[in-house]
Design a protein around this ligand. Structure first.
Ligand code: GLC
Length: 438
């Protein structure tokens, strides 16, 4: 039986089935085009940052196109920044003027995105930044753009975190009332990170316990992530960031539902000059590695300030689309396998829901294509049929004890031998589907 984390309050049943989502980071920082932390990195004050607000006009914005590309890539849910650390709101919030509707673009962005992704059949979640570098009551701290201002401590005297917390609660309430969300992704807490006499921020600042009660009241089964610094309540998902776990993520020794968030290149917001774009092999292997350890992958796109996905992002999405068109059943409804793969191979296996419907299947993801033969220990007598997934062509299986010619080596008693085509199938990572005996 595959590992199964203890249930939490939120409904993660669809989430662990769907496995693959699109993250979108979009805001004023897309204009600076040099990281979504640009305001902090370059210590910009509000006056300096205002230029991006004044010139925000994404004339190519077409969320139906975004949603189509996400669906074609095999992504089954969306998490989008309703507000990032800069404080700019993509929706027409009644609690601020710092929002899309007041830019030259003049229209709400979040509603059309929400509707376009729903129309493509994807689930929708919002990222909401607990941090806010625009709100006048948000005390300056270690990450704030004004942290090195000579008057920072002085300025903090007039900033009232309770007023900010009220704003944050009101906005979360507003979002949960205006939209039927599947995920709320709050970001982030740093209670112990003090800087020059300015404390970090955590559950006391966000009033997380009360926030949590409100969230559950409005959307009892929404999936909630782990970044609001709650002490006594278990989050529904854990979210390792730009980091690939190599085994099922555990917290206090127990397996948990987890989702790694990753970028096509090193930045979340659109970054024109960032060059560490991942190769097709890395993109596909990250998805496989994640599911082979029982996790989800949330892959990020940072749209440009014109409102489109740039050609590099589109190419990366096409890599997923091409592979997923043929191999999605090695991902959806799959989880960590009971079996241990040989080197250069990863396994995913049907989880309980699919196994019940379709029988137990094991997917053999072959990272290095061998010459003719692949030995799989531990599977002797367990496999009923094998095929290449990309074209459903039969893959012959030899069980231990069977000998086909005089010069073949003997197999260890627990090992089967697959005979593969010499030529690697023309897909980034070939997969062999094994139908296990029941
Ligand atoms: C962070 C960063 C950020 C990004 C996020 C994604 O904590 O501050 O810019 O939005 O993680 O996980």
């Amino acid at each position: 039986m595959p590992l199964q984390p203890e249930p939490t309050v939120g409904d993660t049943s669809w989430f662990v089935y769907d496995r693959f989502g699109m993250f979108i980071h979009w805001g004023l920082y897309a204009l600076a085009a040099r990281h979504e932390w640009v305001k902090s990195n370059e210590r910009m004050d509000d006056a300096r940052y205002q230029r991006y607000f004044d010139h925000f006009n994404p004339d190519l914005f077409d969320p139906r196109e975004w949603a189509r590309m996400a669906r074609e890539a095999g992504m089954r849910y969306l998490v989008i920044t309703s507000k990032h650390h800069e404080g700019f709101c993509l929706w027409d919030s009644q609690y601020t003027d710092y929002k899309a509707t007041n830019t030259p673009y003049g229209k709400d962005l979040l509603r059309p995105i929400y509707e376009a992704f729903r129309a493509e059949g994807l689930r929708v979640g919002f990222y909401y930044s607990l941090i806010d570098w625009h709100h006048p009551d948000f005390p300056i701290d270690i990450f704030h753009p004004l942290r090195d201002h000579p008057q920072a401590l002085e300025m903090n005297k007039s900033r009232d975190i309770r007023k900010y917390a009220a704003y944050l609660h009101a906005q979360v309430r507003e979002l949960l009332t205006l939209f039927e969300l599947d995920i709320l992704w709050l970001d982030f807490s740093y209670p112990d990170q003090e800087y020059r006499g300015m404390p970090g921020k955590g559950h006391k600042d966000w009033q997380s316990e009360e926030l949590y009660r409100m969230i559950r009241e409005l959307r009892p089964r929404i999936i909630l992530n782990n970044r609001m610094d709650l002490r006594d309540v278990k989050p529904d998902i854990y979210t390792p960031e730009q980091y690939q776990p190599t085994e099922w993520l555990r917290v206090d020794g127990k397996p948990v539902v987890w989702e790694t968030c990753q970028t096509f290149s090193g930045s979340w917001g659109y970054h024109r000059d960032e060059a560490t774009w991942k190769s097709p092999e890395q993109l596909i292997q990250m998805l496989i590695n994640t599911v082979s350890c029982g996790g989800n992958l949330l892959m990020n796109v940072g749209p440009t300030a014109r409102g489109n996905f740039d050609e590099r992002a589109q190419a990366a999405l096409r890599v997923y689309a091409d592979w997923m068109r043929l191999h999605s059943r090695a991902i959806y409804g799959c989880t960590q396998s009971d079996f241990t793969p040989p080197p250069d191979v990863r396994y995913t296996q049907t989880g309980p829901e699919r196994a019940r419907r379709e029988g137990n299947r094991l997917y053999v993801h072959v990272y290095t294509w061998p010459f003719r033969h692949l030995r799989l220990p531990g599977l002797a007598g367990k496999v009923e049929y094998a095929q290449l997934l990309n074209d459903a062509s039969e893959i012959p299986i030899k069980e231990p004890g069977e000998k086909r010619s005089w010069d073949e080596e003997e197999l260890p008693p627990d090992t089967i031998l697959l005979t593969l085509p010499i030529k690697k199938p023309n897909v980034v990572v070939p997969v062999i589907e094994l139908f296990l005996k029941s």
